[in-house]
Design a protein around this ligand. Sequence first.
Ligand code: FRU
Length: 477
Amino acid sequence: MSELIKKALGEIKSKKNSVEKDYHRLDYHLMAPTGLINDPNGFSYYRGKYHLFYQWNPFECNHKTKFWGHFQSEDLVSWENKSPVLAPEDWYDKNGCYSGSAIEKDGQLILFYTGNVKDQYGNRETYQCLAVSDNGEEFQKLGPVITNQPNGYTRHFRDPKVWKDREIYYSVIGAQRDNLTGAAVLYSSNDIKNWSFLGEIKTDLENFGYMWECPDYFEINGEGVFIFSPQGIDAENDKYNNIYQSGYVLGKLDPKTVNLRHGEFSELDRGFDFYAPQTMIDKNGRRIMMAWAGLPEVDYPTENMGWLHCLTMPRELLIIDGKLVQKPVEEMKKIRKDFVEVQDLFSGKKSYPDIEGDSFEMICRLKSIDAGEVGINLRVGNNEKTVLKYDYSEKKVILDRGSSGEIFAEEYGTVRKCFLDSLEIVFHIFMDKSLIEVFINDGEEVFTARIFPDEKSSGIEFFSDGKTEISIKKWNI
Ligand code: FRU
């Protein structure tokens, strides 16, 4: 084990107790033991276990020293934090073992990641590197297999996502053109060590931000999905309100022409905290996505307690009626306890016995024929509430964290909205101390948000300005 990895493990030992004292630590979402977590990396299934690596700065809540941390799980629900596998300590990754992916080849688990290097003047070099393992726990670095970027691109060139189709390995890589617009490029290889540049992925999004990070391409039942995280998109009404975006287009990539004929770009999540998602295919053929429930340049109060950010739950991706739909993976049901159920017809404001809490799953179905607005106040306490509602006249789902607790990141606004046309609205809510994920109408839309309410704010109120049928199912977690 290298000295730098030993130092990171020492950091966990010395700070773990004080970090874990923070009420806002999560019960069932992944966080770093200390320091900062960002992108999920190398999401894979290898030797009977799910592996999820992550961008990790063990020492500070900033983006300076990036390791690859390592979580491992048998069921996507209970995870073990293992020793970190990559540390920024070689000439080709000395300023960060940046994001990348994993694939099994000849019984080994292979990591494909970006080595970030900066000289004393801040000039960047970028290396796409390999590391291999025979057991999924200790990795040996093999060094760079792609050095710098092809002509026509700047050194913002990173985040390889690899897959295999028939006998050929492909990788997409996020890029910035010399004219400072974002793009993604495609490489191929027969042996994963020697890579050929096939060209830039041709899309209709010629001028769509200044950099595309963390691209991912895969197919679900023969339909192609291209996910990426563009930076530099201006807000447009309810869309693109976060500092950076993450979204997808549906369309098939032709590796011969490198053409991607695709539909419209849609954001994957409508909340405040979602970025750099990565997908994998599991042993049952499901396409599963996890993302960073945070964003670059957004800080939260937990940094004063020595930790920052977390990941979303694993979500299964499906294509239904030409739309990418996200569902919490089935396995999440394993941690349900204390079931409560309510059915009612109500108007005004209402609470129900045992429907409260700060760590729970709740499915709430609301249907009204005359209400203008129906919704739920969550985490209600002294002058605090997080509001989730549906506005029938505007046909919009609205999440308001303006009174959720400690004030933070106000410069990005406190309300997120999205259009949805439906008489009945189903909010499938996962509340976890300082994180909320809401799947709406069976995963047609998802809102993810960090909130920092007081420990005592655990009330739940339902409201409607007309007559509303309500059914609630709730489990503590
Ligand atoms: C996305 C990102 C990636 C990069 C990594 C560094 O959040 O900026 O492009 O590889 O984070 O931590």
